[in-house]
Design a protein around this ligand. Structure first.
Ligand code: CP
Ligand code: NVA
Length: 309
């Protein structure tokens, strides 16, 4: 049985790639999108197989990875805890060893970030983080691609995060570091991102409680649901805590002229974001979702090529 190799590359957070690698990945995603839309045959990885492990629900992530593998000439295998031994207590380390011995690449959506780290430590093939409680790096690839397509480089720009200090916010903090932008976070007290991450990026990331102050002059405003998967019981309490944190036309009027706004989706319309903004012809939210496909195909290509040596 294959053993984990020390040189196996994984994508568990944005920090697993260098800023230069991330910039190249975004360029490649834009190029692959163009190819795809022009009908170019992209089946460069025939017979390559991806295992997709989903311990939480998904629409975008599942469809984009599965369609992406098919477009690249490979195949994807969907696994959920309900109908695999993952749900019956087989250790993550054993699952990592076994699954990775049969496929070429693995994508995991799970709860604790430590689970994906443990899986990766026992995997002989690249592992991609498709969302944990702490990070959602694939979404940031799509968000940055979308910004670059519309406004050019995000380096030196100012970005406002309005809402929960959650997995998306954490990945925005990592993105600020890797793509070199300033990030202002507007969140209510008690809903801050991880202190360790904030402290490590204090040169470019700060908490600005007031959404209007955080958004003032921003080139990009991003938000996400107030209660993430696994926090459904807190929905009502969070609606109260986050009152006043909605991204809407009034808030966007304080941003820089031509500022973009993003939401990873799924959204609660008229809660964290107004339906008016979502339905506006100016919205790039739908392209942001589509770009998951293109950005992740570039990611798969990069990881499969790195595995091939
Ligand atoms: N944005 C995102 O990851 O969506 P899904 O939960 O539908 O995969
Ligand atoms: N923060 C959200 C993102 C969903 C894509 C969640 O974890 O549920």
């Amino acid at each position: 049985m294959s053993q984990p190799k020390p040189q196996t590359r994984h994508f568990l957070t944005l920090l697993d790639f260098t800023p230069a690698e991330l910039a190249a990945l975004i360029d490649r995603a834009i190029e692959m999108k163009r190819e795809h839309l022009a009908g170019v045959d992209q089946r460069r990885f025939p017979a390559k197989v991806m295992a997709m492990v989903f311990e939480k629900s998904s629409t975008r992530t599942r469809v984009s990875f599965e369609a992406g593998m098919a477009q690249l000439g490979g195949h994807a295998v969907f696994l959920s805890p309900r109908d695999s031994q993952l749900g019956r207590g087989e250790p993550v380390s054993d699952s990592g060893r076994v699954i990775s011995s049969m496929v070429d690449i693995v994508m995991i959506r799970t709860f604790a970030h430590a689970i994906i780290e443990e899986f990766a430590a026992h995997s002989s093939v690249p592992v991609i983080n498709a969302l944990t409680d702490d990070y959602h790096p694939c979404q940031l690839l799509a968000d940055i691609q979308t910004f670059v397509e519309h406004r050019g480089s995000i380096a030196g720009k100012s970005v406002a995060w309005v809402g929960d200090g959650n997995n998306m916010c954490h990945s925005y903090i990592n993105a600020a570091r890797q793509f070199d932008f300033e990030l202002r976070i507007a969140c209510p007290e008690g809903f801050e991102p991880m202190a360790q991450l904030l402290n490590a990026n204090a040169d470019r990331v700060r908490i600005v409680r007031d959404p209007a102050a955080a958004v003032a002059g921003a080139d990009l405003v991003a938000t996400d649901v107030w209660a993430s998967m696994g926090q459904e019981d807190e929905q009502k309490a969070r609606e109260k805590a986050f009152a006043g944190y909605q991204v809407n036309g009034e808030l966007m009027s304080r941003a820089a002229p031509g500022a973009l706004y993003m939401h990873c989706l799924p959204a609660h319309r008229d809660e964290e974001i107004s339906a008016e903004l979502m339905d506006s012809p100016e919205s790039v939210i739908w392209e942001e979702a589509e770009n998951r496909l293109h950005a992740q195909k570039a990611l798969i290509e990069m990881l499969l090529q790195s595995a091939a040596g």
